[in-house]
Every structure is written in structure tokens, then in C-alpha cells.
Design a protein around this ligand. Sequence first.
Ligand code: PMP
Length: 369
Amino acid sequence: MKEPTEKTTGKSPYWSKRVAGLEPYTPGEQPRDRRYIKLNTNENPYPPSPKVLEAIRAAAQEDLRLYPDPTCLALRSAIAARYGLPGADWVFVGNGSDEILAFAFAAFFGSRDRMERRPLLFPDITYSFYPVYADLWDIEYETVPVTEKFEIDTAHYRRPASGVVLANPNAPTGRALGKGALTELAAFHQQEQNVLLIDEAYVDFGAESMADQVQRYDNLLVVHTLSKSRSLAGLRVGYALGQPDLIEGLRRIKDSFNSYTLDRLALAGAQAAIEDREYYDAMAAKIEATRENTRRALEEAGFEVIPSAANFIFIRHPERPGAELFQALRSRGILVRHWNKPRISEYLRVSIGTDEEMESFVRICRGNT
Ligand code: PMP
């Protein structure tokens, strides 16, 4: 398929001030020019559970003419049961966790009278959508530097703020924080009456989840996605766990925007995914094993590999510039992610594919070092 040509000038007299000032997020490439081994957007290399496909097929029928359930009650109840939460009012679902993050920024970090001029805090190296949401909603924020080796010191977040957002494991580094440090931070910000949002998009690949802490901390919001460990990036479903008043905050934003963010097929597929725990636990274990094999092979080939608890690794070679390695891999049919940004321009983020895909990747890395 040919790319449509986009002939735009980057400005328009018809744009609102808000639109003119936006600097939107750039998603990873979804190429159409040839077949690649796609290790650039942290998708899962394995198919979703057969039960998910079955549920979606069963939902593809005549009643698509009817709107879906705007409260998504069956899915929210299944998620509550999965995490041992008292009920569906502890769960919010959205069109991908990106949508939930966008809603959460608006719901909890926008101007609250008391909070005038206190910044929202998140790391300098993290998911690059966070500053985009903050700018979209005019939220003041400050980034907190990670260490040279990309560690997050939660002590730096124990200060007056309007809220804190941490991805755990962090992206694009893969580094994970322990539960002890995060519960301390939740307690501190509960005193301060600030929301602590933990984005656990990659938590199922070996990090400790804060999901079981939401009953203790009324300021804690834990956000998950079905795009990674549930192999459903194409279905667009995410969920948030928190106390009913936080969930209500998200619902107020959603119902001021679009009542039906999840369609009937997504609702059916997502519920089947949540319920097929056995299939997905085995898949996550397999990806973790592939990650560790890849790490060992790369280290033997002279690469530095940041310790990862995610389905990707963040790597650097001491002699080969990141941009050059990225191009060398691309020309050999392997797509990874590279950012031309301060602190991380020598690194590549590499999603974990199948064993065969990772062997091809390592082979090319070896040949070029
Ligand atoms: N959080 C993080 C840290 C991510 O890397 C991603 C994936 N780009 C998301 C959230 C969003 O995932 P999705 O919208 O597919 O649920």
C-alpha cells in the first residue's frame, strides 16, 4: 500500500491556540515497504489466547447495530475478580492505556485550587507521552533526572507536588522499582493528598505490581494494558485499578468526552483475555526466558544491557553509535527503536520477539561489532 502524501504546512489560520501549540507524540513505525522483524513497538510476538479470538468471533454478529454497554460492567467485574478487588467500581477501562493516562492527567493533575504552581513530577527518561498529556491539559510539570544507569530514586519524589507519575518497569529502560519504595511514596503522597499513578504497562514480565495496594492507599492509581502481556495491541484495551472515588474521576472525564470508548468486540475479547490467566502466564514466562538469553548473548558480544523486567531491553555498544546501529539493523530487515534525544541517543530499545527473531537480531549485532 502506498503512503498517502501529507502536504501540510504545520500551521493554519483555522487552528485553535491549543492545537497550534501541541507537540504530539510520535508512535513507533508501522512499516509497509517490506517485511521486517518488528522489534520496535513492544508488541507481543505470540498470538492472543484462542479463547480471545473465539469470543471476538462470537461477538461479531447482528447486535453490532446496538451501542455497547457504556459502563463496561461485565469486563470491569472480571478485572475486579482477577485482582481480588471488592467490585467493578474499583476498575476503569479505556481504549488502550494511553486513553486512560490522558484521562487521568486531566482528572487528577490539572489545576486543583490548593495545588496552584506545584508541579507534576515524572522522570526525565520515561514514556514520552507523559509530557504530551501534561502540555495538552496545561499541567505544570518537572522532570526528575534518573541516574547515569537509569535508576529512579523515589526519595526525589517525596516533595510538594501536584502528583507523581512513574512507569514501573520504566520505559524505555526496562528498569523496575520494588514495592517497598513505591508503597512509601504512596503513603507520603497520601498525606499530601496527591495521586500517585503507577503505569504498569509491562509489569507482567517480572516486576512487582502495586495492584494489591490500591485498597490501602486511596491516592494510588495503577494502570495496565492488554497490549503487551495479553498480545492485544490491535484491540486497544487498558484498565485502571483504584478506589471508587478515583475511578469516578476518570468516568467523569470519559462521559464528558465519549461514552462508548470500548466497542462490543473489544469488550468480549478483553474479558476472555483477563479470564485466561494460564495461557498468558506461560507466554510471559517464555518471553522472560528469551529476554535473558538475548541479554547473555549481547553481553558476550560486548554490549551493555540495562537490567530489564519488561518485554524489551535497552542496549548500547561502547564503540558503535546508536543511530548507526539502528540503520545497520534496519537495512538488514530488523526494526528497533532509537531516540535522538539527550542521554539516550547511544541506546536502542529492542522488543523481545520469538527465539528465532532474537537469534537473527543477535547475529546481526555480532556481525557489526
Ligand atoms: N505506558 C507505557 C509505559 C507504554 O510504553 C505504552 C505503550 N506505548 C503505553 C502505556 C500505552 O499502551 P496502550 O495504549 O497500547 O495500552
